[in-house]
Design a protein around this ligand. Structure first.
Ligand code: AMP
Length: 394
């Protein structure tokens, strides 16, 4: 078991908390504050326990001086302060006298946020390459390091792995929740475990499929990725999305796991990526040359439903159709509904599946929605995430 923030005596200590405050912004305005809200529990706990808190986070990518203007954490510090109802002192730099003086002036319970860790990427990608000098410098600013940034836990950066390799360390409540839900569903699930995989690009998920067939009792495949399987199995897929480089993989994995992998039996096709296109339900053996498969059909939904009704654990990553278009959203919406109605531990992977459940009003209906798209995918690949691996065991 990993050490957590509750295992430390925080009173009067300078505690660096690595949060994932990488929120989407448009013209300096935060468009989705979920990641700030998800970070509150750990920050509040540390503040109540008397820690002198130094918050670090990245925001977007910083490749040019121009990027600095649009990727400052200042609006995030302001919003965090409002949500906490407490001052969050923002320091517009990632190193130097102003930062050091402000940290030393922190009193128990006070909170400071420094500027975007990726500002250090302008000079030799120091943050993203886990530069040793930068890691040592940042570690010298604190006494305890808490990693609560699940969204970047799959990266080996100075602000997570670098500092953790120097200071006494633990995880915060958000990473703990990810490990207790997604982590235990992958490593120690109540069975049957059903994994639903969708989305467009099969190439991005080869390692996930490979691991899914090892750990799950059933793997339900929908969305754009199913057409590469169909082509590999000799079906006409018309104008549906396909990844020719993954044909051999799909053929092999399907043949080795026919009993586990469930592919659609029928689909809804259109002839363009629009709501105006004429749509038809077709059997997968009858896809026309100009047809694009854009959703799963009713027969497939019923097969998925039957399997899901028996499931005790479900992990879902990737929409089963083009859910952004109303006309092709039924399959994804039905999966949301079924998952909300079953008596199972249901975990939604980050990224597009999280966007779909939010869009269709199912956000609070499941055991857990992961906060990290890339990080949750790498966990599903069976990899240990460097940002978590470096944290001490109890
Ligand atoms: P990914 O980034 O690979 O997880 O893919 C997510 C995207 O896959 C979403 O934007 C969906 O609209 C898209 N998608 C799902 N099903 C299909 C399909 N049958 N054809 C094309 N795109 C799809």
């Amino acid at each position: 078991m990993k050490k957590t923030i509750v295992d430390f005596s925080l009173n009067g200590k300078k505690v660096i908390i690595r949060c994932d405050l990488n929120v989407p912004m448009e013209n300096g305005v935060i468009t989705d504050e979920t990641r700030i809200v998800e970070s509150l529990e750990t920050i509040k706990f540390a503040s109540s326990a008397g820690a002198r808190i130094i918050i670090m986070s990245h925001l977007g990518r910083v490749k040019t001086e121009e990027d600095k203007k649009t990727n400052s954490l200042l609006p995030v510090a302001k919003r965090l302060s409002e949500l906490l109802n407490k001052e969050v002192k923002f320091i517009p730099s990632t190193r130097g006298m102003e930062l050091e003086i402000a940290i030393n002036a922190l009193e128990s319970g006070n909170i400071l946020m420094m500027e975007n860790t990726r500002f250090e990427d302008l000079d030799g990608e120091k943050e993203s390459k886990c530069d040793e000098e930068l890691s040592k410098y940042w570690a010298s600013l604190g006494e305890i390091f808490i990693n609560d940034a699940f969204g970047t836990a799959h990266r080996k950066h100075a602000s997570n792995v670098g500092i953790a390799s120097i200071l006494p360390n633990g995880i915060g409540f958000l990473i703990k929740k990810e490990l207790d839900t997604l982590g235990s569903a992958i490593n120690n699930p109540k069975r049957p475990l059903v994994i639903i995989l969708g989305g467009k690009k099969v190439a991005d998920k080869l390692a996930v499929i490979e691991h899914a067939v090892k750990i799950a009792d059933h793997v339900l495949i929908g969305g754009g990725m199913s057409y590469t399987f169909f082509k590999a199995l000799g079906y006409n897929i018309g104008a549906s999305v396909v990844d020719d480089a993954s044909l051999d993989f799909c053929k092999r994995i399907y043949e080795e796991n026919k009993d586990k992998i469930i592919l659609p039996i029928d689909i809804v096709v259109g002839t363009s990526f629009t709501n105006e296109t004429n749509s038809r339900l077709v059997d997968i053996k009858n896809i026309g040359n100009y047809d694009m498969g854009l959703d799963i059909g009713v027969g497939t939904i019923n097969i998925f439903k039957k399997i899901l009704l028996d499931a005790k654990t479900v992990i879902w990553n990737g929409p089963v159709g083009v859910f952004e278009l109303e006309k092709f959203s039924t399959g994804t919406r039905k999966v949301c509904e079924i998952l909300a109605s079953i008596n199972a531990n249901v975990i939604i992977g980050g990224g597009d599946s999280a966007a779909a459940v939010t869009k269709f009003g199912f956000k609070n209906k499941y055991s857990h929605i992961s906060t990290g798209g890339g990080a949750s995918l790498e966990m599903l690949e069976g990899k240990e995430l460097p940002g978590i691996a470096i944290i001490s065991e109890k």
